[in-house]
Design a protein around this ligand. Structure first.
Ligand code: OGA
Ligand code: MN
Length: 292
């Protein structure tokens, strides 16, 4: 059966119907989902009931998977396999995390506009987040279309931005929240990386800003000027016209393109309600400075 596609905006965010990801799918269906993904950059696939294996099989339609950096926790035992990022507020025993837990502090970083794994040499191409359980209120995820944001800039500005290279680190975004008690070993495992500020998507030639709270500087600019530039671009890119807000239902699977969108979590009463989200993350093909 063919999938159905319900766009939210003309070229950004769409809901996909008639797709049961517990079942193996024909190549034609997989191609149709890939095609929708290339156009809309955020796909919502509701009403799923996925095992971890189903989730990973779907994610592999888009490329090889990342291994999670699941180490920033108080408990060392993961609730998931190492191909799944545990984005829940739960500990190993499925109890709600402590107010002072490291995991809570770390995940606060998701409240800042970001794109996943831009702090890795090879960043994430896409992320597929599955809602196993949700809070009754709050906890939406917002997405911003960085292709549309780039297109809306004056040509002269686009030309100035194209050659720029930013420095990304997970520790930059966490420092913005006052979270800095990382060990030397943790810091050394994730050194700062270089990424282009503007990138081109090979499937359709569209250009996109490539922004994240992980940015700590821009090469060739002093710190204050770089910060002002990045803040200005982020404010431009996240204005209402470029935004989709996802209000979760249990069983939603949402996949987004990290190359050309930013996202952020919105608050909920995380010490009261369990919110169990699991993320499979698909690797990009290389570092952005080597591409384009
Ligand atoms: C993520 C993320 C936001 C949310 O999983 O990468 O940023 O709302 N999640 O949980
Ligand atoms: Mn994220």
């Amino acid at each position: 059966m063919a999938i159905s596609v319900f766009p939210v905006f003309e070229d950004f965010a769409a809901e996909i119907g008639d797709l049961d990801l517990t079942q193996a799918q024909d190549e034609a269906v997989i191609d149709a989902v890939r095609e929708a993904f290339a156009r809309y950059a955020v796909l919502v696939i509701p009403g799923q009931n996925l095992s971890e294996a189903d989730h990973l099989r779907f994610a592999r339609w888009f490329g090889p998977l990342e291994t999670t950096i699941g180490s920033f926790r108080d408990d060392t035992q993961l609730r998931t396999s190492d191909k799944i990022a545990d984005v829940s507020n739960l500990d190993t025993h499925d109890a709600i995390w402590g107010a002072d837990s490291r995991q809570r502090m770390f995940q606060l970083g998701n409240r800042l506009w970001h794109t996943d794994s831009s702090f890795r040499q090879v960043p994430a191409r896409a992320s597929a987040l599955y809602a196993r359980s949700i809070a009754p209120v709050g906890g939406q995820t917002e997405f911003a279309d960085l292709r549309a944001a780039f297109d809306a800039l004056p040509a002269s500005r686009q030309a100035e931005l194209r050659p720029l290279v930013a420095r990304h680190s997970i520790f930059h975004s966490r420092a913005k929240l006052g979270f800095s008690n990382f060990s030397e070993a943790e810091r050394q495992a994730l050194p700062e990386v270089r990424q282009r500020l503007v990138r081109r998507l090979p499937e359709n030639g569209r250009e996109s800003l490539y922004l994240a709270s992980h940015i700590g500087g821009v090469e060739g600019m002093d710190e204050a000027a770089a910060q002002a530039l990045v803040d200005d671009l982020c404010a431009h890119a996240t204005q209402r016209a470029f935004r989709y807000v996802h209000r979760w239902r249990q069983g939603d699977l949402v996949i987004w393109d990290n190359r050309c969108t930013m996202h952020r979590a919105t608050p909920f009463e995380d010490l009261r309600w369990p919110r169990d989200m699991q993320r499979a993350t698909i690797e990009d093909v290389g570092n952005t400075v080597d591409a384009n």
